[in-house]
Design a protein around this ligand. Structure first.
Ligand SMILES: [Zn+2]
Length: 80
């Protein structure tokens, strides 16, 4: 089984973009890791394959909070 992953350069770019803005902390010992897997969210559609959004998921290693961000909005295009 092949899964799609962000490249090292893309992960670096994602980290820079997410860390460059003041985002609220999830807990008092925030340790956020970017999951290298590309996630997708399907749009409900009567045609196959349907449209979908590609997502970046981050996870806090301390409290477990996971967040998703739009790859497109971060200007990241996952490679097949
Ligand atoms: Zn946390």
């Amino acid at each position: 089984m092949n899964t799609m992953k962000f490249s090292e350069n893309q992960l670096h770019e994602i980290r820079n973009k997410l860390m460059s803005e003041n985002r609220p902390l999830c807990c008092d010992n925030q340790q956020v890791a970017i999951n290298p897997d590309v996630f997708k969210l399907d749009v409900v559609s009567d045609t196959l394959p349907g449209p979908y959004a590609e997502l970046v998921m981050t996870e806090c290693q301390n409290c477990g909070e996971a967040k998703i961000y739009s790859a497109k909005s971060l200007n990241i295009t996952p490679n097949n």
